[in-house]
Design a protein around this ligand. Sequence first.
Ligand code: NI
Length: 272
Amino acid sequence: MEVLTSKRFEFSAAHRYWNAEWSPERNVEVFGKCTNAYGHGHNYVLEVTTAGEVDLATGMVINVTELKRTVGRVLEGFDHKHLNEDMAYFRDRQPTTENIVQVLWSLIAPELPSGVRLHRLRLYETADIFADFYGGMTASFGRSYQFSAAHRLDSSQLSPDENVALYGKCNNEKGHGHDYRFEVTVDGPVDPATGMVINLVELDAAVQPLLDELDHTHLDRQHAFFQERPSTAEHVVVYLWQRLAAVLGRRLRWIKLWETPNNIFEYGVREP
Ligand code: NI
């Protein structure tokens, strides 16, 4: 049986986005503040997920000490560096999260012991922006967002007593509320001109109307979708999907919703 194991690593680096074939105006339009000539920096977090059979003698897929050594050697080349100016990999491509994660894949995958396969690399540029790579022709880019809303769990198909029995406190007539957080993952080919699957500005623009609509509202009282069905997190994640798919089309891959930090719901075309 194949088991997935993940370990997180950190490195800090500077970078800058600039396409020399474009005018300065076009660069600023696409890359915004990331064009600053001197660079800026991030505390990157790399999540390495490996897959393999559990070794009968050790009970492990991969020896963690060995993984730390392997990934550590690779990250030494990145940590406390200026990615554009210190690293040859980024002379001919933008040091975007999508491109960095692909370079890391090319350096880490061949170094794993036989029988262990690199399943996924997820690179966080900030706590809420990340890129995923699975070794294929496409990469994923994701960001998390949040909105605060009230709701009440109540089904028109159940009697008042049945609603109380099923939903308990969540059936409180006037409602209660949550800080909902959701992660939107989009995938596709990485554009060689921008180094991106989707521009963050475009992703934010796709999500903003939804945030404007839902943030600081009462789901059941103010939104038709939840007047017709209980405002369970299952229905919320499907609603987010439908609204975003209408804008992002087939690029939308996965949505992960936290109703509270402990209650998590996911929906998408295929599991990341
Ligand atoms: Ni940056």
